[in-house]
Design a protein around this ligand. Structure first.
Ligand SMILES: Nc1ncnc2c1ncn2[C@@H]1O[C@H](COP(=O)(O)OP(=O)(O)OP(=O)(O)O)[C@@H](O)[C@H]1O
Length: 191
């Protein structure tokens, strides 16, 4: 079993990689679902998801979200016939360390390299219209800082592979598709 997690700055293309996975029938565990569930439980505003994530990490440790995800990962691994699974939403080195320790050699961390300026990333965020997205460049910068504070930089450095997303969306999606195909082949060889 290969478990792939993507790390990268906000709007670097992590969700897009998960979309490609779903299109190929690869199961995806979304760490943000842990936060969304917590937001619902508290009756909070979806825009406050980031604050709640920070709070959970403060009270339960930097790997709090990863720990809560393990049940979802195990469930999906048991029910899906796939030999590849994607974890969407790794935000820091503590989560990477947690998954490395608990998922073993099958865990692979892929970082998404971008060189888009913050303005361009903000433009992409405006276009994708996600409910919990920030509505100004300042807020995106705040999110960048928060994620760097969670150890995103260290997580990127700890990656096993780097995929570049520096040109068109279709080129990027094709690279991701090839990566998954490679992983599925590897999984079959190891059977
Ligand atoms: N190379 C590209 N060219 C144009 N648009 C792109 C490219 N890569 C990604 N996008 C688009 O940019 C938006 C942001 O990408 P995506 O949602 O995958 O980022 P993310 O890393 O998941 O962000 P977040 O950390 O905020 O969840 C999406 O609408 C996606 O389709």
């Amino acid at each position: 079993m290969k478990i792939i997690a993507f790390v990268g700055m906000p709007a670097s293309g992590k969700s897009e990689a998960s979309n490609v996975a779903r299109e190929m029938g690869i199961p995806v565990v979304t760490m943000g679902d842990v936060i969304r569930r917590e937001v619902e439980l508290r009756g909070a505003d979806p825009a406050d998801g980031g604050k709640i994530a920070t709070e959970l990490r403060k009270t339960e440790g930097m790997d709090a979200i990863a720990k809560r995800c393990m049940v979802m990962i195990q469930e999906k691994m048991n029910v899906s016939g796939s030999n590849v699974l994607v974890i969407d939403g790794v935000r820091g080195i503590a989560e990477v360390d947690y998954f490395k320790e608990h998922l073993g050699a099958g865990f692979m961390l892929v970082s998404i390299a971008i060189d888009s300026p913050v303005e361009e990333r903000f433009e992409r965020i405006v276009i994708r219209k996600r409910e919990d997205d920030m509505d100004s460049i300042e807020k995106l910068k705040e999110r960048d800082d928060r994620e760097i504070g969670w150890g995103m930089g260290d997580a990127i450095l700890a990656s096993d592979r780097v995929i570049e997303n520096k040109s068109s969306l279709s080129e990027y999606r094709e690279k991701i598709r090839k990566l998954f195909e490679e992983m599925m082949d590897e999984g079959r060889k190891n059977l």
